[in-house]
Design a protein around this ligand. Structure first.
Ligand code: SF4
Ligand SMILES: [Zn+2]
Length: 360
């Protein structure tokens, strides 16, 4: 990265740290024995539909966000965490409490384990605790798929050897926030603090254990126009597919509190993406993936000013179509959508870049 990019990256990092401010030390104390969240929802599991349990364990949170690097520009997950790390016993109580939500569900089930950081970071979730949770999953024959979320630096041979040994021949995916395949966008707009090479290395390491990768692709990080963001997400999907990821999860930016994105949004300098852009990127992904992998999207705060939205009239049916597509992978859900505001979105795509060059 050249010196100018480095200077801009540094300014973004400092602004991210300022936006986070005192929010971390002021975060309300949380129960150490209850997960931050746990919910079940319909989900695509391989080539069929089933039920997924999503668990967000309460931990001290993401090492990147806790470090002097300041964390990502759009993420406040750290605020869901605890100020001291739970003990092994407390973590296991959190896990069991979440797993009880599966009591009345039948196969096929998927379990997705998130933390406010990385499940594979042994400083956040000790290896023996992690392995006990995986053992508990492996004893449940209804569970056909396990998704574990992590940054690339924690994806190592020794961790994956254990994961594969414990989970047997289940479908396993690592959810990794690639966000963008452009090192400039990921670094300058997101402050992600890893490069594309690290992501590619993780995908290849995982493949050696028959483990797939769920690439999280961010739609509309700050500082990009709607059109640039749309093209960046499409390029990222092309690059992730070429690497051989097993799922694409498209994540439109939502405005989370105490983040640089929230600062910009409050000043009128950031608008979350249009739902039309979400639809366009999903259609592109479906076209180039040709049914070889799943393309999923569950936009947070969709239809609200803090989430991906259109005009207000068409948000609900479009969100419904996105959710249906994520479940059945039938792109026809996304092809017959219409609203007058589509013309305005097309106008934004065509003129926003030029308007910014002229007026700022
Ligand atoms: S997006 Fe992931 S890596 Fe970035 S601060 Fe949030 S939890 Fe950490
Ligand atoms: Zn509309």
């Amino acid at each position: 990265m050249d010196t100018l990019s480095e200077q801009i990256r540094n300014a973004v990092k400092q602004a991210s740290i300022r936006a986070r401010g005192e929010s971390i030390v002021e975060r309300p104390s949380k129960s150490l024995t209850r997960p931050s969240a746990a919910w079940t929802s319909p989900s695509r599991i391989g080539s069929i539909q089933g039920t997924a349990l999503s668990i967000v364990l309460s931990s001290i949170g993401c090492a990147h966000a806790r470090s002097s690097e300041g964390g990502c520009t759009m993420c406040s997950y750290l605020l869901d965490g605890t100020d001291k790390n739970p003990t092994e016993e407390e973590f296991l109580l959190q896990f069991q409490s979440a797993m009880s939500k599966l009591d009345k569900h039948t196969a096929p089930l998927s379990v997705k384990i998130y933390t406010s950081g990385s499940f594979l970071d042994s400083d956040e979730i000790p290896a023996s605790t992690r392995n006990q949770m995986l053992e508990s999953i492996s004893n449940d024959d209804r569970i056909k798929e396990v998704v574990l979320e992590s940054r690339p630096e924690y994806v190592t041979d020794s961790v994956l050897t254990e994961v594969r040994r414990i989970l047997g021949d289940r479908r396993v995916e690592l959810g990794i926030g690639l966000e963008s395949s452009s090192d400039i966008v990921r670094s300058v707009c997101i402050n992600k603090n890893f490069n594309f090479r690290s992501f590619a290395d993780s995908v290849n390491t995982a493949k050696r254990y028959g483990i797939g990768t769920r690439a999280y692709v961010l739609l509309k990080p700050p500082f990009l126009t709607e059109r640039s963001a749309l093209l960046d997400a499409q390029n990222t999907i092309n690059d992730a597919l070429a690497l051989g990821v097993s799922t694409i999860s498209l994540n439109p930016v939502n405005v989370q509190r105490s983040t640089l994105v929230e600062d910009l949004w409050e000043k009128g300098k950031f608008r979350p993406p249009w739902l039309w852009s979400v639809v366009e990127v999903l259609r592109h992904a479906h076209r180039i993936a040709e049914g070889t992998i799943n393309i999923v999207c569950d936009p947070v705060a969709a239809g609200k000013s803090r989430g991906a939205h259109n005009c207000g009239k068409c948000d609900a049916p479009i969100l419904d179509a996105i959710r249906r597509f994520s479940l059945d992978q039938d792109v026809r859900s996304l092809e017959s959508l219409a609203c007058d505001c589509r013309l305005l979105w097309l106008h934004v795509l065509e003129h926003e870049d030029i308007s910014l060059q002229t007026h700022t």
